[in-house]
Ligand binder design. Structure first.
Ligand code: ADE
Ligand code: ZN
Length: 338
């Protein structure tokens, strides 16, 4: 590993855009399928990995939802989450904000409680064992009606203390943020923060809607924001974080070549941009690999890498004390790197 790759890997960091269902590695999928007596349409781990070639977001989502079908019990959700947290810890992630998609599971008869209890138990263990802090973001599937999101919100209210924010994911094109204006309004009234995937495949106008109609604290992806100069200036002025996912963009053909990835322009324009892994089991890398992938194609300097990691804490849903502690630890680690 070269010097800059070692540098960025060594730094304590926060991950802010991570779908827990997207951390389902084929090895664990086979193990859980076996113990739950579920047939999966692959003969080997290699065959599964071979199927992970996607032309666009929808190609990926079809495979991602099929994979999630294997998850049935609280223990399954525990094992899934625990495997991600162990990997994140190995990569020096000290704080993580995790999306979960309740509807992916409740729609096939798995109780909301099973999902959230399994995830939460793993978060508690990682906090006790590693000191890792976390937040949960309950994400609504945007290809489903707003009415379904309302039902999901109702279920989430029983776990109000375990859920920090609501989000919006799944098939973006044709499902604008405006479709979810009322349920986000209700979520905010209940005290949840809000985020939304916008401008991944969809237009800059969806980012505008996420800001104005959903009143989001952060934009997930946001690549297409740069198509709109007025919008971009506002994102800079208000320092609205963008949770960007380079390897995801490459694998879903949102971006043909990392040397043209918008994160370079985002940094240069002073946007509060962060680097994240999205669905690491499907896109070939966890958070460190996402930083490393940018170094050569975008000629990232040591200071720019450090800025991206600083941004991960600036953009996190931390209180000011925690944020200052994490930033202090980060600067110490950067100074002492050798
Ligand atoms: N669900 C999981 N990953 C996603 C992504 N990159 N975009 C939209 N929905 C998703
Ligand atoms: Zn995502």
């Amino acid at each position: 590993m070269n010097e800059l790759a070692r540098f960025v890997s060594s730094l304590p960091k926060a991950e802010l855009h991570l779908h827990i269902e997207g951390t389902f590695e084929p090895e664990l999928m086979f193990e859980i399928a076996r113990r739950n007596n579920i047939k999966i349409p692959y003969d080997s781990v290699e065959q599964v990995r071979d199927a992970y070639r996607f032309g666009n977001l929808q190609d990926f989502l079809d495979i991602y939802y099929a994979g999630a079908n294997v998850l049935q019990t609280e223990r399954d959700f525990y094992d899934l989450t625990r495997a991600y947290l162990d990997k994140a810890h190995e990569q020096n992630v000290v704080h993580t904000e995790i999306f979960f998609d309740p509807q992916t599971h409740t729609h096939r008869g798995i109780p909301f409680d099973t999902v959230i209890r399994g995830i939460r138990a793993a978060l508690d263990d990682a906090h006790n064992e590693y000191g890792m802090t976390s937040h949960l973001i309950m994400s609504f599937l945007r290809h489903l009606p707003e009415e379904d999101a309302f039902k999901t919100l109702e279920q989430g209210l029983r776990y109000r203390d375990w859920i920090t924010a609501v989000g919006l994911d799944s098939s973006e094109l044709g499902n604008p943020p405006s479709k979810f204006r009322r349920v986000f309004e209700r979520a905010r009234a209940e005290g949840f923060l809000t985020v939304a995937h916008a401008g991944e495949e969809g237009p800059a106008q969806y980012v505008r809607q996420a800001l104005d109609l959903l009143r989001v604290s952060r934009i997930d992806h946001g690549n297409r924001s740069l198509d709109d100069e007025v919008l971009t200036r506002e994102l800079v002025r208000r320092q609205i974080p963008l949770t960007v996912c380079p390897l995801s963009n490459l694998k879903l053909q949102v971006c043909r070549d990392l040397s043209k990835h918008p994160v370079r322009r985002m940094l240069d324009m002073g946007l509060l941009v962060t680097v994240n892994s999205d669905d690491p089991a499907y896109f070939g890398g966890y958070v460190n690999e996402n930083y490393i992938a940018l170094i050569e194609p975008l000629q990232m300097s040591r200071n720019e890498l450090l800025r991206l990691v600083e941004n991960s804490f600036r953009a996190a849903f931390l209180d000011d004390n925690q944020r200052q502690t994490y930033l202090g630890n980060l600067h110490q680690a950067a100074e002492h790197f050798n």
